[in-house]
Write a protein that binds this ligand. Structure first.
Ligand code: 6PG
Length: 232
């Protein structure tokens, strides 16, 4: 596969977040039109929350929408580091109107939580997945140096959700994540990044092994359906 389509740049972060909400809304509308339901997988972290709040304010039939997570820290939703907790806050208006949110975390060992989430996420069709990127060129919870990275990036991995671990992971070293195989099945991929540092890191990742820059797996394997959205 070729590299990702060229980056779409926006004059402000507000414009960037509105554009991401537009893309997610369009994907959900397409899913509802095609299958009667739309589903998107959303990343956590600090960047995308305004995009999710903008999306939740849109006029959709939320009873036909399912939100899932791209990845999760192994902490309960009440924990400040929980991606589910962040999504529940940002998407509250849509959830109040009937949208479903599929948790990824459950109490118990990471392995047990991953097995439970693998069962609940198997067969879920994503109209779009929104990815972020860390300064170490990780995406989802596919971290450089993680013992589970090769399995997470294996296109033949039959799992939809697996447990990963990385000492440098924000908020929790123990993570749950969609596999690359699961992310690559989404109809559309959106990579939402901000700042000059991440833009430079992304450009550098194009020439690095995926073990050092896991975002490269998406750039190389999903370039035909990937949109990169960036603002300074
Ligand atoms: C997470 C995210 C992760 C995120 C990147 C970027 O759980 O941390 O899902 O993959 O997208 O770490 O995070 P920021 O947006 O906070 O830079």
């Amino acid at each position: 596969m070729g590299y990702a389509a060229s980056m779409q740049t926006y004059p402000t972060r507000d414009a960037l977040m509105r554009a991401a909400a537009d893309e997610l809304e369009a994907a959900l509308r397409a899913g509802i039109a095609a299958r009667g339901r739309g589903a998107v997988a959303l990343s956590g972290g600090s960047t995308p929350e305004p995009a999710y709040a903008a999306l939740a304010a849109r006029d959709l039939d939320w009873t036909k929408v399912t939100f899932a997570l791209v990845d999760e820290r192994c902490v309960p939703p009440s924990d400040p580091g929980s991606n589910e907790g962040m999504l529940r806050r940002a998407l509250a208006p849509a959830l109040a109107k009937g949208a479903a949110l599929l948790p990824m975390w459950s109490d118990g060992s990471p392995a047990a939580a991953a097995a439970a989430a693998d069962a609940t996420h198997a067969g879920l069709h994503f109209d779009a997945a929104l990815l972020g990127m860390g300064g170490d060129a990780h995406t989802a919870s596919w971290f450089p140096g993680s013992p589970q990275l090769a399995a997470a990036l294996d296109p033949a991995n039959p799992r939809t959700v697996m447990a990963t671990e990385a000492a440098q992971a924000a908020a929790a070293a123990q993570r749950l994540t969609l596999t690359f195989a699961a992310v690559a099945r989404a109809n559309r991929l959106l990579l939402l990044i901000t700042g000059e540092e991440k833009r430079a890191r992304l450009e550098a990742a194009r020439g690095e092994p995926v073990a050092e820059a896991p975002i490269g797996a998406v750039l190389r394997g999903c370039g035909d359906k990937l949109s990169i959205l960036w603002a300074a």
